[in-house]
Design a protein around this ligand. Sequence first.
Ligand SMILES: [Zn+2]
Length: 701
Amino acid sequence: MRPPASASILVPNTPGSRYFSASAAKGAGWETVSGDASTCHVLAASKARALGEWGTKLGKPDYQSLRSLGWRVPLPFEFPFAGSMQHELFVNSAGNITFERPESQLYLERDTWPDGTMNSVAGSINDRAAAGQEKMICVLWGLYSPNLSKNGIYVRRAADEVVVTWQVERYLWFGEAYQPLGLNIFQARLLPSGTIEFTYQQVAEKDGITGLFYGGSDGIAFDALTPVSVDASDQSLKISSVSATLTGTTLRFTFQMAKPIVRSVPEGMLWYRVFLGQGPHSCEIGFEVGRKSRPYLLRDCTGVPGFKVNGDRLDLYVSTFEVQSVFGKGMRWSADVLRDAHQGANFQYSAGEDVFHLPLPVAPALHFATAKGYREGNLLEVFHYPQVSKSVFPHLRYIYQRVPPQDDMAVVLTDFRIDDLHNHQGSTGGGYNVAIRGIGNGPATVYDRPGLIGSSKLQVATGPIFLGPRFAEFLNDGDKHYHNYANAIGWMAHELTHRWGMELQFRNPEDGRIENLSGGSGHWRDFLNTPSLYSVWKMFSDKPYSEKSQMEGFVYEELPGGNFRRVPNPWNLPTGFSALDLYAMGMLAPDEVPDTFLIAEPRFVGIGVFGGRKVPVRIQDVIAASGERHPGARESQKEFTIGIYLLHEGKRSAYPDKLRQAEGIEKMLVEYFRVATGGRMVLAPRAISPVPGGRPRASSR
Ligand SMILES: [Zn+2]
């Protein structure tokens, strides 16, 4: 148990002011001790302040989301925050208070699944607050258990103060997250003067976010880029300039266009893009416009950028500490607007390229307990496990400088806990180095990316991921006992199979139209019937479970009266492949693929029961829409070299128990692919390679 910690931050806040000053209360202090870069921060107390009265425990939440529950609380007095007088606040289960909107709504806009980290959440809140999208008092942000009988959140309202107290433990699900380290008890007091006080009685966890997120400001401006192409034929795509500005911990990129910013296009896509790069490292910050629009971060950067659209001006915000963890100091940047109209028309207008150097550190890390005086931008401090890029690219580049790049597939593991909220990770998807036609656009397009992944042979990769609780050899979900690393195999099988999509289409026999069989992101549609052809449950469980495709869809049973029952199945466990998966993978010839069906115009009848029209899905209609698979099942690759890498900190060798665990997982993965493909596919493993830290560096701030 950690000693009690306390901190007190006084924030004079007058309406209309753009900045806050912060100064630590004398005597009280939350000391932050930055450990060695490979260890996490330690919270320690110099002096604990007693918690004030807790008040009433909050009951049923007013707002629900998977990650953050919310309660609306009217304020007994006007409270100044973020430049305006607030009359109500939202208490959120994730250890924070928001204004104007509950975090359950905000969370959906910066969803952290699957690769969120404490740093990327802090960055996203910072970016979005700078853009005016969020206003948050962050006492100790974390993903706490939604079980309100175990966790309690309390509110006390009086004429002279509002007190919110959290007594919370982190969440752990069968397929996600980490063993909680204990209870966390912390409190925020809001006073009519605008003073905000945080008190930490007990903090068991080692990571979290504290801060005040109230907006941005205009900081140091860098030279603007001017467009290379001034003769744009489409005036709405004509760039007048793109500029960069730095405020506190936020970089802002501003597109000044000749015409109003486009928020939707009827067909095709449009992107406003900023590229950052240095050597092999790159980030893309953009605003993607289709039928709807959304901001995004790509390549080595993760999280959700802030954005603001005002007439002909678009602002994109990204946190400097996110960018610095990729580049260090100094990088090239460029910007463009790209229009892909799906008709072969492809317009791209560049705003040129320039170099700017960010001094390092741009803004020294804030330590709340000792922060004093004036500070630009949001105030935040992030406590986190070692920051290891959640993008697999830098790890692969590092690995393939040391190990010959012979893998077709690669998995990167760590033997130590890293900054990662869910203990999950997506994959690179298909399309790397080897083109396959007839199974969708992704797998048919070869990205010229040996520079990005360090290999011209690799086809798919996933990781990095810590061998956390769900990677155990034996597991229990409360109903069944599992063995042979069931959850690890379920995750790896899914991510590696993204090499082939799933992106098949078919010609609907009812009306002859071409339709997707995937619901986007390479997963089968929810109403496509995808039973496994070869069952695998016996390898992993003491009791049978239903097996839909490893790539989603569902198994449907036809009921009398024309309804369909969706057979329940456990989440993320190893299941076999449907015939369509095996066809896309090149393991089944067209004449070996049995018909299946999808449910058109589905309607909810009862729990797990749907009405709708049964539409046959036949392989000849798939080929009519997607084209013939090339290479065909006879010539397709059946043997795949897989490399599994275990990252460990550089100053020690890999932990032997984690190495044994990785070896056990690899053995089962080989067996899984053999059984699930009816003996057609062979994974040829290379010996597990322990990889000492280097570029996949542990850094902390
Ligand atoms: Zn997936």
